[in-house]
Design a protein around this ligand. Structure first.
Ligand code: DOR
Ligand code: ZN
Length: 344
């Protein structure tokens, strides 16, 4: 197949950031995606519907293509009471609440420490049918970084799902075989997003033959068998798995540092990358559901009216993106991909 026309996809896990970066990320994203679930982990996390509305307006101001729609989320916090959860449920712009164990990733220090203390809020979310989006990694410092996802699932997520069987859950950016199995084996309320990097890379791509800071993300890249399990899940045709890039820009000096930030900027090339993975698996016929239908179904949104075209053709990724005096290094910087996206 050399050409593929599909419904314009949605990115169900995206970091748009704020300030000068926001404009660049929105510009790159709206070429690829019609809508995006926007993560709330700003320096001052988005903890209320009111703050989400302000952030929504800021994003809207930076949108060139008026067809792009940001889908907002709240940062899970213990101030969430019945009124606020009801507000989320009634809101047309807020679509879920994202739980970060405290300190587990970028701007997550205000996250949760004791999951059991959240049960009242989960109860309300279940009652008002508000989706729980989870960064499923343990923040226990004694747990090896490569085991953090599995440990969080064993210690916390299984229990949450058991106690609140009707709570709709998205296990964000799954990175391990165990996470893929957990989603497959759980009831029909448990879903997962999958990033390009967890489909393409394992930890050798991060750590072998020199450390590659631009491949550092969280959850960290794992073993080859984990990658293979995630590829199998994404290309299986199961509606439990849908697209979420976790595209997360950081400035070059923050990544190429003695203590580098986690995050991979894939907004320039996401659909090209997913297409090449699905092509390798002989599953291009499953790409549209994964990218443009299952996520929308989960969030109870209609499919987009627009379409995109993916063409088998060389596509060069720029070496850098200039943001004022700063630079962002995109995934596959200065390399050539074998698919190219265009709008139709
Ligand atoms: O690699 C990541 N970057 N993982 C996350 O969970 C957060 C993200 C960010 O915001 O930088
Ligand atoms: Zn993320």
């Amino acid at each position: 197949m050399t050409e593929l026309i599909i419904i314009k996809p949605d990115d169900m896990h995206l970091h748009l950031r704020e300030g000068d970066v926001l404009k660049h990320v929105v510009k790159d994203t709206q070429k690829q995606f019609a809508r995006a679930i926007v993560m709330p982990n700003l320096k001052n996390p988005i903890k209320t519907v009111h703050l989400a509305e302000i952030y929504y307006q800021e994003i809207k101001k930076n949108i060139e293509d008026l067809n792009f729609e940001p889908l907002m989320t709240l940062f899970f916090n213990d101030e969430l009471n019945s009124d606020e959860i009801k507000k989320v449920s009634d809101s047309n712009i807020v679509h879920g609440i994202k739980l970060y164990p405290s300190g587990v990733t970028t701007n997550s220090k205000d996250g949760v420490d004791v999951i059991e203390n959240c049960f009242k809020i989960f109860e309300l979310m279940q009652k008002y049918d508000v989706p729980l989006l989870v960064h499923a990694e343990s923040n226990d410092k004694n747990v090896d970084i490569f085991d953090r996802e599995k440990v969080f699932i064993d210690r916390n997520l299984s229990q949450i799902h058991q106690e609140f069987p009707n709570l709709r859950i998205v296990v964000e950016h799954i990175s391990s075989k165990e996470a893929a199995e957990f989603v497959i084996d759980s009831g029909d309320k448990v879903f997962a997003t999958i990033t390009p990097q967890h489909l393409l890379f394992d930890r050798n791509d991060l750590l072998s033959h020199g450390i590659k800071p631009h491949h550092y993300c969280l959850p960290i890249l794992k073993r080859s068998e984990d990658r293979v399990a995630i590829v199998k899940a994404a290309t299986s045709g199961s509606p439990k798995f849908f697209l979420g890039t976790d595209s997360a820009p950081h400035f070059r000096h923050e990544k190429e540092s003695s203590c580098g930030c986690a995050g991979i900027y894939s907004a320039l090339s996401a659909m090209e990358l997913y297409a090449s993975i699905f092509e390798t698996e002989n599953a291009l016929d499953k790409l549209e559901n994964f990218s443009s239908k299952y996520g929308a179904d989960f969030y109870e949104l209609p499919p987009n009216n627009l379409k995109i075209k993916l063409t088998k053709k060389d596509f060069r990724i720029p070496a850098r993106i200039q943001v004022g005096n700063e630079e962002i290094i995109p995934l596959f910087a200065d390399e050539t991909l074998s698919w190219q996206l265009s709008e139709i």
